[in-house]
Every structure is written in structure tokens, then in C-alpha cells.
Design a protein around this ligand. Structure first.
Ligand code: SAH
Length: 449
């Protein structure tokens, strides 16, 4: 049995679902940050748990030909971004194999996916970032991301994911926090005020939302801070104050106050414009989202007679794109702010053949299973996949076509195992929405047998 501080020479054989290198010692898995498949390294065990252990690299004995110099060297210390040091072709190949493996191992399906849409740019693509702040002993305010498996901040003015406009905005925010004496939250003693800053940038329009996340609802000097921020950073079009007093990993709290602008930003997807508020979901990679939705709509082969349900509809992206072709589309979504955005989006894009419902997708389907005829259902659930209630009811409703957009091949495969009892997979494409991370998106088109 291996124990802490043991050293071994290991070979990277795989990645964890979060993209951490995986090697085995006598069949026992070790998670090793910064180890690429095929690389050999001497590692030291840092922790042994029941089913796996953690180890760190002491030295490489053989490096992979796929290894590249990360654009931002600090990125290698983070969890979940193993792929900053992997060439992009190898990353895309791995993602396709990850999808196929899930389909076969978890789904028990005899289906091979051959198509993956790589992202046009692998770096600086995210339109949303949430950065924790820390105040150093010398008073300097810094931001960054957490070191692999810790709550320790790796200081980085800009990460390789974020839209490059974030750098200048964050630099101004950090300087103005010091200038206006706003206290920075200290996690260890659970004191101080400003915890994190969330920035949403519009890909197509010149709009930026800044969300200041604080512990307390009264933050001294916030008005003066905002005046300076907007006069020195004209890019910023709205500022929201979000209060999150709980000690939690969840970024946003319930309570919000708009400090400047109208509290939302807008972005485009194809020829539609969307209003997005701070708590609503919006795909983080706008050009890839456009590709995803275009393919999903094409695969659905919608006609003007089709009645459509878009479940997990967010701000109504798929709902409205489908409504341009179909007879009627209903969207169901659980987050009330997103439903509010969706209704406004239908109005602003002049699409009248839609209705939005604030509900759990499963509950909504149960309530409507007998009264509504549905030809096509789109589902785009969060990582945990479809609920049992939703799937069981869907098997009774039996829409002719089902388009399943997924951000987790594992839960998708679990759900497909059940859905393929009455559906055939007619099309399947993977898509890289999140370059430099291990996450992969996919679209599955299903037709009733
Ligand atoms: N289709 C949208 C949103 C996809 S993200 C888009 O592409 O933009 C998944 C959405 O499901 C989120 O908006 C989330 O708030 C919503 N959601 C999560 N759990 C839900 C549930 N149980 N019922 C309905 N919607 C849910």
C-alpha cells in the first residue's frame, strides 16, 4: 500500500473529469497536476485517500511532444486547466475520445462520434469571469484563481480564459478599491467586505457589466468608487452590487442593487439580440454558442407546423432561434431572473409565438403531459443532466424528435441509455465550448423508433 511521501516513476495514462493527470501505481490511481498523457515523471505522493491519491511532480523523465509553453505560465498551478500546456489539436482529440468513451462505458451504446467542432480561438474566449480578491500585507489588492485542490490564490492579473478587456478593467477596480479604502474580504477570519468581482463582456456589442460581490450590504464609499470606475473605464456600461454574506463557494448572493446603468448587458446570437442579467445563464463562449445553436436547430429539422418545447431555456436563446421557424415554442426555466430576461428577449426580437414558464422542467412536463401536443423537445440541462421525473415523463409524452444539448458526456450517456429504449440516435456532434479545460459540449439528435 502506498503512503504519503513515497516516490514513484509514473506514466500519465488519462485525465480526471476535471482534466488533472492520472497515473496508476499497482492499479491505484494517483491524480497529478500538470502531467500529460504519455509523459513519464518522478512523483511524490502528497495524500492517500480510500479510492485515489494525490501526488506532485518532482521531475519529468520524459515529456510529451504535445506539451506547449502556456501563454500564462501561472495557469499550470490551477486545477481544471491541464490543457493550457497541451497543444490544442491534442486537446480536441482527447475531448472527442472522452465523449466516445462515456457513450460506450456509461451508456453501453454502440455509437461512435466522429465530428467535433474545435473553437476558433483557444485562449481569452470567456465572456464571463469571476475573480476572487485578496489584499496583500503591503496593502496591494490582487486577483487570481485558486491553486489546484486548495483555497490559495495564484495571483494572475489575467487568466488564459478571460476576454482580454478584463485586464484593464480589473486593474482599475483593484486600484480604486485601495483609493477608496474599501475593505477586502479575508476568508480565514471571515471579515472584510469585497469578496469577488464578476465581469460580463459582450462579444458583439461594446458593453461590460461589473458585479461587485460583497459580504455586507452597506459598503462605505461604493458610490464614489463607481463614479471613478465609469469615468476612468468607459467600457463599463453597468455596475451591480451583489451581497453574499454566506461563507460559501457559490459566487452570487440573493440580494442585488444596481449602482450604475440598467443592470443588464446585451449580446447577439445570429440575428437576435439578448438581454442578460447578472444571475442568468449565458454560454461563456459566444461564437461557439452560435455554432452550437445553429447545429441544434438544423438537426431538429423544424417546420412551420412544429410545436416545440425548450426545456432548461435560460434567457430563451434556443427558444427564440427555434421560434423563427416553428409554429410555437414554450420555454421552461427555473431561475426567475432568466425567465424575466427571456420574456423581454421575445418582446425585443418581435417573436410572438413563444411562452415562458418559470418552473422545474420535470414538474412542468408532468403538469402538461396530457394537454399539450409536442413535436420537438430541446433539452439543455446543467451538468447533472435530466431529472428522473423529466425523463420518465418524456418517455410517456414521446415527442417525435428530441435534441439533447449536454455539457457533461457522463450524465448525457446515463440519460441516453434510458432514452434509447424508444429513440434512435440520428446525429451526434461534439463541440469545444471551453478550450483549455477538460469540459466538452455535445448535441445529440434523437428520433422516435
Ligand atoms: N438553453 C439555455 C440555458 C442552458 S443552461 C442557453 O443555452 O442559454 C441550463 C439552464 O437550466 C440554466 O438556465 C438553469 O438555470 C436551468 N435549470 C437548472 N435546473 C433546472 C430545472 N430543474 N428546471 C428548469 N431549468 C433548470
Amino acid at each position: 500500500m502506498l503512503k504519503e511521501n513515497d516516490t514513484f516513476i509514473v506514466v500519465g495514462v488519462d485525465y480526471t473529469s476535471e482534466g488533472i493527470g492520472l497515473a496508476k501505481v499497482e492499479g491505484f490511481p494517483l491524480f497529478i497536476n500538470n502531467l500529460i498523457i504519455g509523459e513519464e515523471a518522478e512523483v511524490k505522493v502528497t495524500k492517500v485517500l480510500r479510492n485515489y491519491g494525490l501526488a506532485k511532480i518532482i521531475r519529468f523523465t520524459e515529456k510529451s511532444a504535445d506539451r506547449i509553453e502556456p501563454l500564462i505560465p501561472e495557469m499550470i498551478h490551477l486545477g481544471g486547466c491541464q490543457f493550457c500546456q497541451l497543444n490544442y489539436d491534442a486537446e480536441v482529440r482527447f475531448k472527442l475520445s472522452k465523449v466516445n468513451r462515456a457513450l460506450s462505458v456509461i451508456g453501453g451504446l454502440d455509437y461512435t462520434v466522429s465530428k467535433i467542432h474545435p473553437a476558433p480561438t483557444a485562449s481569452f474566449y470567456r465572456n464571463k469571469t469571476t475573480l476572487p480578491l485578496v489584499q496583500k500585507k503591503n496593502g496591494e489588492v490582487v486577483s487570481g484563481l485558486y491553486r489546484f485542490n486548495t483555497h490559495e490564490l495564484v495571483i494572475m492579473p489575467l487568466s488564459e480564459y478571460d476576454d482580454e478587456r478584463v485586464l484593464a478593467i480589473m486593474n482599475n477596480i483593484k486600484r480604486l478599491i485601495t483609493k477608496h479604502n474599501i475593505s477586502v474580504y479575508d476568508e480565514e477570519i471571515n471579515q472584510g467586505d469585497i469578496k469577488k468581482v464578476m465581469i460580463r463582456t459582450s462579444y458583439y456589442l461594446n458593453e461590460v457589466m461589473v458585479v461587485l460581490i460583497t459580504k455586507n450590504d452597506k459598503t462605505p464609499n461604493l458610490d464614489a468608487f463607481c463614479r471613478d470606475l465609469v469615468s476612468e473605464t468607459p467600457l463599463v456600461t453597468t455596475i451591480v452590487h451583489n451581497i453574499n454574506s454566506r461563507k460559501t463557494n457559490v459566487n452570487l448572493g440573493e440580494k442585488e442593487v444596481v449602482l450604475y446603468g440598467d443592470g443588464v448587458i446585451h449580446d447577439k446570437l445570429h440575428d437576435l439580440t439578448f438581454t442578460i442579467s447578472s444571475k442568468s445563464f449565458f454560454q461563456v463562449n459566444t461564437p461557439q454558442a452560435e455554432k452550437l445553436y445553429a447545429r441544434a436547430i438544423e438537426m431538429a429539422r423544424l417546420t412551420k407546423d412544429d410545436v416545440v418545447l425548450d426545456a432548461y431555456s435560460g434567457i430563451g436563446t434556443i427558444t427564440l432561434l427555434a421560434a423563427k421557424v416553428a409554429k410555437h415554442v414554450s420555454g421552461v426555466e427555473i431561475v426567475s431572473e432568466a425567465v424575466k430576461d427571456a420574456k423581454l428577449n421575445a418582446l425585443n426580437n418581435n417573436l410572438k409565438n413563444v411562452r415562458f414558464y418559470e418552473d422545474d422542467a420535470g414538474d412542468y412536463l408532468v403538469k402538461n403531459k396530457d394537454i399539450q401536443k409536442v413535436d420537438v423537445v430541446f433539452v439543455d440541462p446543467p451538468r447533472k443532466g435530466l431529472s428522473e421525473k423529466f425523463i420518465n415523463t418524456l418517455l410517456k409524452v414521446k415527442p417525435e424528435r428530441l435534441i439533447y444539448i449536454s455539457c457533461d458526456p457522463a450524465t448525457l450517456s446515463r440519460d441516453l441509455k434510458i432514452l434509447t429504449s424508444i429513440y434512435d440516435i440520428t446525429d451526434f456532434e461534439a463541440l469545444d465550448m471551453f478550450p483549455r479545460t477538460a469540459h466538452v459540449e455535445s448535441i445529440t439528435s434523437l428520433s422516435l423508433k
